[in-house]
Structures are given as structure tokens and as C-alpha cells.
Design a protein around this ligand. Sequence first.
Ligand SMILES: NC(=O)c1ccc[n+]([C@@H]2O[C@H](COP(=O)([O-])OP(=O)(O)OC[C@H]3O[C@@H](n4cnc5c(N)ncnc54)[C@H](O)[C@@H]3O)[C@@H](O)[C@H]2O)c1
Length: 250
Amino acid sequence: MSTNRMRFTDRVAIITGAGRGIGEAAARQMHAEGGTVVIADINNERGEATAKDIGGSCCSVRTDIADPESVAALHNTVEQRFGKLDIVINNASLVPYQKWEDITFDDWRKILRVDLDGVFLMCKSSSDMMRKNNYGRIVNISSNTVLLGTPNLVHYVAAKAGVYAFTRALATELGQYSITVNNICPGITDTDANWETPHHEAFDLVEGMQAIKGRAKPQYHVPSILFLASEESFWVTGSTVVTDAGHTRH
Ligand SMILES: NC(=O)c1ccc[n+]([C@@H]2O[C@H](COP(=O)([O-])OP(=O)(O)OC[C@H]3O[C@@H](n4cnc5c(N)ncnc54)[C@H](O)[C@@H]3O)[C@@H](O)[C@H]2O)c1
């Protein structure tokens, strides 16, 4: 999506899981609008390749969002290299496909650890940096599955519902520092995550239920994500934007 605006000049952003998919699309557009983007992906090869392809000030720091030491190291690196943090987009997650009957407690913990604990750890360290400047934009990527109760995703839906509610509560805590905290709920999207599991088999079924027909590409979510990451959204916090072509009509 082209735009001639430069909304992110002098802004420093971390985007987790931006080595590919929706995070990568957000990183490309934010960089195109002048932002300094730090890709924080556990897949270092992919993160480095994407950062190199974007070019300019874009860089990659290997990060496991579920590991407190890794999250602390990421924030130390950003502090040392750029001296501040304005924006965090909590996009990284694991997208499983498992029947309820097959899910063990270990499976549950594996998903909750990354998809919910990881968002807590990132928000904690990022807001500590943002509070110093009395400015911040936190955009958490949840999912429209929290509204739908989509099958084969019980642990993921629980984690994403946690992110959805946590976003509202954290907005209450951080408003006094002019830090906004908002939430995007994408619908099913044409990304590797869905081709690596049987989730892609639902593409046609879901398209039939959408108010606007078509199959979502990663970049379709970017205008909403970047609005919430920009200064323009200063009066919006604790809010949710559902980017699913009216599948849920939330
Ligand atoms: N694709 C969809 O249909 C869809 C629908 C609704 C919501 N979402 C959400 O949108 C976001 C992006 O989805 P996507 O399809 O682009 O995902 P994706 O699987 O294509 O990319 C996720 C990225 O996160 C990284 N990652 C995984 N675990 C990590 C960890 N512990 N630390 C750091 N990085 C880690 C992966 O290496 C990968 O690069 C996710 O939060 C997902 O839950 C996606």
C-alpha cells in the first residue's frame, strides 16, 4: 500500500516476529515512512534477511520473547544504539493446529508461554523505556479467533483472549505516561503460518462469511496497525480494531 506520508520520522520501533508475515509487512511500511525499525525474531536468519532486504536503518536482533533475559538484552541493545523506544508492535506468536483431545498441559504451556507471557515481558520492558520520555505506542496483535472460538486452537485462543483483555488493563495503567495500548484482531490471512498447518483449508469457507470478499494478504492489516503506532492515534487507547473484512462484524 503506497502512501506519501512520513509518520515515523525520528521514531524508534521494535516489531516482534517481523522476519516474515504480518510483522514483516508492518516493518516495510514503517521503514518506508521514515521509522527506525528493529526486527525482534527468534528466527535470526529470517530476521537478518528481512532487515537486509528492507535496508537503511532497519536492523535485526535475535530475540525469544518468552525468555526474560533475551527480552532484556533486546531492550539494552535498542537503548545503546538508539537511546530511546517509541513504538512496540507485539506481533510474534506460535500458531498451532491441535484438536482439544490431543492437547496436553505441555502443549498448553508452550503456546501460553510465547503468545501471552511473551507479550507481558515485551510490554514490561518496553513501557519502562517509554515512560522515560512520556510517550509510547504499544500495538498488540491478537486474533479474531477470540471472537469466533475457532476450532483446533483452544490454547492459542485462550492466549490471544488474554492479550485482548491485557491490552485494556494495561491501557489503564499507562495512560498517565501518554503511552497508548491497543489491539488488532486480524482474520485469517495468507501467510506461511497457515500454509504450514491445515488452517489454509478454511480460506474459502471464511471468505464466504466475510462482508468484503477476498483473501487477506499480510499488508491488508498494516494501515490499522500503523495508525495505532502513529502519533495520530493519541486519543485511542484500550481499543480493538478487527481487520477481518467483516467476518465477525465485531
Ligand atoms: N495469519 C493469520 O491468519 C493470523 C490471523 C489472526 C491473527 N494472527 C496473528 O498475527 C501475528 C502474525 O501472524 P503471521 O501469520 O504473520 O505469523 P508467522 O508465523 O508468519 O510469523 C510469526 C513470526 O514470529 C516469530 N516467532 C515465533 N516465536 C517467537 C518467539 N518466541 N520470539 C520471537 N519471535 C518469534 C517467527 O519466527 C515468525 O517469524 C501473530 O500474532 C498471529 O497470531 C495471524
